[in-house]
Design a protein around this ligand. Structure first.
Ligand code: GCU
Length: 680
């Protein structure tokens, strides 16, 4: 197989345009790395690798001269150069960087500097990217800093190497052979993540195994941490709440028990003795059968604060998940996280982040933003996105997720008046939060291209970009990813960017149009299953979510229904209380409406449902056509793989349309419009 798929967005294609190449070689002839550290070493190595690949020339080192690239932490910089960037350096944070074209004794040089060596590494990747994007290097003035602190991948990887909701093979962590065997993939994983600014990785599944906290495994985790450290990536682990009990050292896991608290402190000390920059713990407690403080009649605050206290002396953090829903309160699952967490606002220790999924149900093709965002102004809230496509066609469907992430980040919570966006909750600016974070459930596995679908790489890439800057446009992300991954040819970039941007709405239309949700087949969540109604817990059944009957379809979340809408601030709560003023994309999320309800276009709800399913299919047809015209720009292997996968997507979009329309038609009793093929 070719290596292209493996290399992700770090292809470093040779620069063929001779004018461009010459301009780069004029601006950049040699390198001078000032100072010494593992991060500076990997920066130097990466730039040399890229240089060789772009120009087919070795990058020389030099002390001075025209066209010199200088890499230095600000502390290592000679005084005259330091004064050139004096005011800019005040404007970056500890991970930010500056790239400047400067005059030095009559020579033109490029300086990459930062407050830390990791900042220099990020700046190095940025300079490489400028060349990947074919941007001009002759007059550089780039100043950039991440807007969010903890930019973290969540691997739902089990110790037996299966991956929960993973569709790209097995876990890349080869626990059995660690710590001795260090695979080159670990370094390439770190390079890829550092290139987009990801600075943390939770190695293990949220449905946690306490074995990971034993001495034997800590040694393995340490080996990975050592590979990642020069790249600025901290490792984190999931903590199973009952670990003290399971260890046999104590006979309870009650968070208010002194021995239990001591157990966690000792455990933290033990981990930090091996991994001094260990990031901390991610915890799923009292959710879907996982143990937690409620088992001892204690609260989320009791549980989170106990762990926070254990890692605080080492600057560790706790990411406590708000993804909870219990069997006892089956009225509306969408309400539960808010009900359980909002009353605790302001009571978590300062090194706790409450990690909230983007929407109130579970990573659907479309959900309104989670009502907890904005509702806990005194608690740092961390965004949790899912990069793996659990409910969006696994690794067989092409869906560019940054478009979905962007939609959530841009939504206005209105909690402090207009323009109180979710992005502002997450970057801390809305209520002055010190600790900020964004998590993405990884789509990475042992597949030779890491993500299964070649375009799955773009969602990983885009997650990293949005964690760095939650205000970026998904279009810009798609464009840069395409250029770095495939080619700079405009005849490729424009149509394929368009394809990627539209891919998200396409999946919404052919799976869950007009606010429908959670109607996938149960368990695996692949393909349609709106008819399933036999599972023991009501909220596991698709019928619970669409509520289709002779009267109509949709989930009434207004006052006449579950009243989940009241968890949102005004004007949302008010506006969405009437179907006429609810955005059509959320219509059936908030309302149960008659089949003949008249929509904005004058047609019935049933008519629109049917035609939207059909539009979804037509969108995929368009994706197929667009891609088929791109053959000359893409290597054979990736071209064919995407083309074949798109055929699966096309077939399955029709499956979704036909299955859902046949099923819902039993209730509507209405004709399928002529413009929509009749299901067989
Ligand atoms: C979903 C998913 C589970 C996962 C859970 C979680 O429900 O299907 O596999 O464990 O989310 O986020 O904890």
């Amino acid at each position: 197989f070719s290596q292209n798929d493996y290399k992700l967005w770090l292809q470093y294609d040779s620069i063929e345009d001779s004018e461009l190449k010459q301009s780069y070689l004029d601006a950049f002839k040699a390198i001078n790395v000032m100072g010494n550290s593992p991060s500076l070493d990997v920066s130097h190595k990466e730039i040399s690798k890229a240089y060789h690949s772009f120009f087919n020339e070795e990058l020389k080192t030099a002390e001075s001269g025209d066209g010199l690239l200088i890499l230095a932490n600000i502390d290592q910089l000679p005084a005259n150069m330091r004064s050139d960037v004096k005011s800019d350096i005040e404007n970056i944070n500890s991970e930010g960087y500056i790239i400047m074209s400067l005059e030095q004794n009559g020579n033109k040089v490029i300086l990459i500097t930062a407050k830390t060596d990791i900042g220099v590494l990020y700046g190095s990747f940025r300079l490489i990217k400028e060349m990947q994007l074919h941007n001009d290097l002759s007059n550089l003035a780039i100043i950039d800093s991440p807007k969010i602190q903890k930019r973290v991948l969540n691997h739902w990887d089990n110790l037996d190497r299966t991956v929960e909701r993973g569709y790209a093979g097995f876990s890349i962590w080869d626990w059995h052979l660690l710590p001795e065997l260090i695979k080159p993939e670990y370094t390439d994983y770190a390079r890829a993540n550092a290139s987009i600014g990801i600075n943390g990785t939770v190695l293990t599944n949220v449905n946690a195994n306490s074995l990971i906290l034993t001495e034997q495994y800590i040694e393995k985790v340490k080996a990975l941490a050592e590979v990642f450290r020069p790249y600025g990536i901290q490792v984190y682990l999931t903590a199973r709440f009952s670990a003290p009990l399971e260890s046999g050292d104590v006979d309870t896991a009650d968070p208010l028990n002194a021995e239990v608290r001591q157990w966690w402190k000792d455990k933290a000390d033990e981990i930090y003795a091996e991994i001094p920059d260990f990031g901390g713990f991610l915890v799923k407690a009292n959710s879907e059968g996982q143990p937690g403080p409620n088992n001892y009649d204690r609260t989320h605050v009791d549980g989170a604060n106990m762990l926070a206290e254990a890692v605080a002396p080492h600057n560790g953090i706790v990411m406590w998940r708000a993804f909870v829903y219990s069997e006892d309160d089956p009225e509306d699952r969408a309400k539960q996280a808010y009900s359980e967490f909002v009353p605790f606002d302001g009571r978590f220790k300062e090194n706790v982040l409450v990690q909230v999924k983007n929407g109130p149900i579970d990573f659907q093709p479309r959900e309104p933003f989670h009502p907890v965002f904005g509702a806990m102004p005194n608690t740092p809230l961390m965004m949790e996105f899912q990069i793996t496509q659990e409910y969006l066609g696994f690794a067989s469907h092409l869906v560019f997720l940054p478009k979905l992430f962007e939609e959530t980040l841009e939504e206005d919570t209105y909690v402090n008046g207009e323009n109180s966006t979710v992005a502002k909750v997450i970057d801390g600016s809305l209520s002055n939060k010190k600790l900020t974070g964004m998590a993405g459930v990884a789509n990475i596995g042992t597949a030779k291209n890491w993500t299964g679908h070649p375009f799955g790489q773009s969602s990983w890439y885009g997650f990293g970009r949005l964690a760095w800057d939650p205000y970026m446009s998904s279009e810009e992300i798609a464009e840069e990813w395409l250029k770095m991954t495939f080619t700079n040819e405009e005849a490729f970039i424009y149509p394929v960017t368009d394809l990627m941007i539209k891919s998200r709405e396409a999946v919404v239309k052919y799976m869950t149009p007009l606010g429908l949700h959670h109607i996938m087949d149960t368990g695996h969540h692949y393909g349609p299953g709106p008819w399933v109604s036999n599972l023991s817990r009501p909220e596991w059944n698709p019928v619970y979510y669409h509520k289709a009957d002779e009267e109509g379809i949709g989930f009434d979340r207004t006052q006449s229904g579950s009243d989940a809408l009241s968890q949102y601030a005004n004007p949302i709560a008010e506006k969405y209380s009437s179907p006429e003023t609810t955005p059509e994309k959320y219509l059936l999320w908030f309302h149960h409406l008659p089949w003949d309800y008249e929509m904005d276009n004058g047609e019935t709800l049933w008519h629109n449902l049917a035609t939207t399913y059909q539009e979804g299919v037509e969108d995929v047809e368009e994706m197929v056509d667009t891609w088929n015209n791109m053959e000359e720009y893409v290597d054979k292997e990736r071209f064919e793989k995407v083309a074949m996968l798109l055929q699966i997507q096309l077939k399955e979009s029709k499956w979704w349309r036909d299955a859902c329309l046949s099923y819902f038609q039993q209730f509507s009793g209405m004709e399928i419009p002529e413009s929509v093929p009749q299901p067989e």
